[in-house]
Design a protein around this ligand. Structure first.
Ligand code: 1HN
Length: 352
């Protein structure tokens, strides 16, 4: 099968060109001139493989910390711009990612928006929090934290050390549908109405409130603490199986539905044993990886990314990726798999 073209563009003539000019004047166009670009036999993406090294990004983020407050910026974030999508605030065609800093004593004011957001905490002394729906959640390194669709959220850092986390949002999806709404809370910090840990106990302990019916499409708990996640990986690293492509890979779950934590965003955590040399894999969900522990190397298409803790890299749709670990390693990742699966679009493929 020819995988480069699905349809060959016809030749042209003076008469055809004249028709195209007349079509253009009436806001119409010949499909046969663009069909090969519109319908490709395999995914074609402007998103390219790329890597951001934390030790290069962090000094820039700290400079931003001196030059602008979280309050003035609303959110003090360095957007991770895919080099193939510069200026679009996109790390992939469908997702936004950034690195956010909240300095000691700062508050990022309470707001809400149609976009769903996830955070993965990189550094901090365990004092900072995100407040969602009346409950504050402490942000510790490795924690996976949600701020689902239209929930008020503010961040605060009463600690002594800067807190930094990775933000992932479905902004490009929301804007593709022209479905963006946003507003501010009346107060800079939303009132606390539930004590910390309430949602985790209520929904995240293998139990649910009696005859619970999920009120929405997002997980009712907002935090997946790394201490728990790491414990799971630790047990499974001994019990296996270790997949030849993924190592020990688990997905974050909405405990009320068994589905993904939010309707558009899926997130994953995987453990790779020391010496692991994974086989290539590809899928239609372009994926952002975040190295949490250990050192390794990932082959993404023709590029090879050597990573260590807190480095970020992105794998475009349908490009083969394979991972190697020099020592026991943990990778966090997220993608739009939830949205693609809901629309019946998602595909994966082991690559020979
Ligand atoms: C946002 O609300 C946050 O709440 C971070 O921390 C990044 C990027 C685009 C739009 C909204 C936050 C964001 C964002």
């Amino acid at each position: 099968m020819d995988t480069t073209t699905f349809y060959v563009r016809p030749g042209t003539s003076a008469e055809r060109k004249d028709l195209y000019r007349r079509l253009h004047e009436k806001n119409t166009a010949p499909l046969w001139e663009v069909l090969a670009k519109l319908v490709t036999p395999e995914p074609v993406s402007a998103c390219v493989p790329a890597m951001w090294r934390y030790d290069e990004i962090r000094p820039l983020l700290m400079d931003a910390g001196r030059l602008i407050t979280a309050k003035e910026a609303e959110r003090r974030v360095l957007v991770l711009e895919n080099p193939g999508l510069r200026g679009a605030s996109q790390i992939t065609q469908s997702l936004y990612a950034g690195v956010q800093l909240v300095m000691p004593g700062e508050v990022a004011p309470s707001h809400r928006h149609a976009a769903s957001a996830m955070r993965f905490v990189l550094e901090g002394d365990g004092a900072a929090y995100t407040a969602v729906d009346g409950e504050r959640t402490t942000m510790r390194p490795g924690d996976f934290v949600l701020t689902p669709f239209w929930t008020f959220h503010d961040h605060g850092n009463p600690g002594e050390a800067p807190v930094v986390w990775l933000d992932g949002l479905d902004v490009p999806i929301v804007n593709m549908f022209s479905a963006s709404f946003a507003d501010h809370h009346d107060e800079e910090m939303q009132p606390v109405t539930r004590s910390e840990g309430d949602a985790l106990a209520r929904y995240g302990g293998g139990l649910l409130p009696l005859e619970y019916t999920p009120p929405g499409m997002s997980a009712p708990m907002f935090s997946y603490p790394y201490s728990r996640t790491r414990g799971v990986l630790d047990t499974l690293s001994r019990n296996g199986p270790v997949d030849r492509r993924h190592g020990v890979k688990m997905q974050y779950v909405n405990p009320a539905t068994g589905g993904y934590p939010m309707p558009t965003i899926s997130a994953f955590i995987q453990w790779l044993p020391s010496g692991f040399t994974g086989e290539p894999y590809r899928s239609t969900d372009a994926t952002i990886y975040w190295a949490v522990e250990g050192h390794g190397r990932s082959q993404v298409g023709s590029l090879s990314f050597a990573w260590g803790p807190r480095d970020i890299f992105v794998v475009p749709s349908w490009l083969p990726v394979s991972h190697e670990a020099r020592q026991d390693a943990v990778l966090f990742s997220f993608s739009d798999r939830a949205a693609q699966k809901a629309l019946g679009l998602w595909r994966e493929d082991g690559v020979q």
